[in-house]
Design a protein around this ligand. Structure first.
Ligand code: AR6
Length: 178
């Protein structure tokens, strides 16, 4: 079984044990994937989020999934893109690591991520893909849990960017092309 995959889809329909929400620091909902997750999970999700006291950029907090197929939601506020020299890459990598660490701590076996920060927060997709894949692949190489991680891209174009980035850095035959 491949431990990592890139797929196209709607993360609210994911059958993973946990899905990740590209949230904001209030954790009180918003647009994009955040709005879609809250709409699909129902009002109980917002009620639980209200008890959490927000979350810092690059950190993560766990809730139940309520009406979602996923049992848990890992909420993480990504960085807002401000040109790339304000610590955006470190903060974005931290989001992925924080979610995976939280998942491991709860014994969660499968996690699906959206492409954090690449919508409303304006992070360029190709640069986000490099950071995301490196953070995920490094974590998987050092940990047995989660057993499987997927990037759930909302569009075929986004998935293509992630696949090309993966091929460049992680495909087995990558060194043959050098
Ligand atoms: N499934 C998978 N991916 C999705 C879905 C979906 N259902 N819907 C959107 N995406 P964004 P951000 C993709 O804007 O940039 C919210 O208001 C989308 O195409 O959801 O981290 C929060 O409350 C894009 O590639 O999150 C924050 O205020 C990616 O998910 C702010 O937006 C992330 O886009 C966070 O902005």
């Amino acid at each position: 079984m491949r431990r990592f995959d890139i797929i196209v889809g709607d993360i609210t329909r994911s059958d993973a044990e946990a899905i990740v929400n590209a949230a904001n620091t209030t954790l009180l909902g918003g647009s994009g994937v955040d709005g879609a997750i809250h709409a699909a999970a129902g009002p109980e999700l917002l009620a639980e989020c209200r008890t959490l006291g927000g979350c810092e950029t690059g950190q993560a907090k766990l809730t139940k999934g309520y009406r979602l197929p996923a049992k848990y939601v890992l909420h993480t506020p990504g960085p807002i893109w401000r040109g790339g020299e304000r610590g955006e890459a470190a903060a974005l990598a931290s989001c992925y690591r924080a979610c995976l660490t939280l998942a491991r701590g709860h014994g969660i076996e499968t996690v699906d991520f959206p492409s954090i920060s690449t919508g409303v927060y304006g992070y360029p997709m190709a640069q986000a893909a490099t950071v995301a894949l490196r953070a995920i692949m490094d974590f998987l190489s050092e940990n047995d849990l989660p057993r499987q991680v997927r990037m759930v891209c909302h569009t075929p174009q986004a998935a293509e960017v992630y696949r090309q980035t993966w091929n460049l850095w992680y495909a087995e035959e990558k060194d043959d092309r050098l």
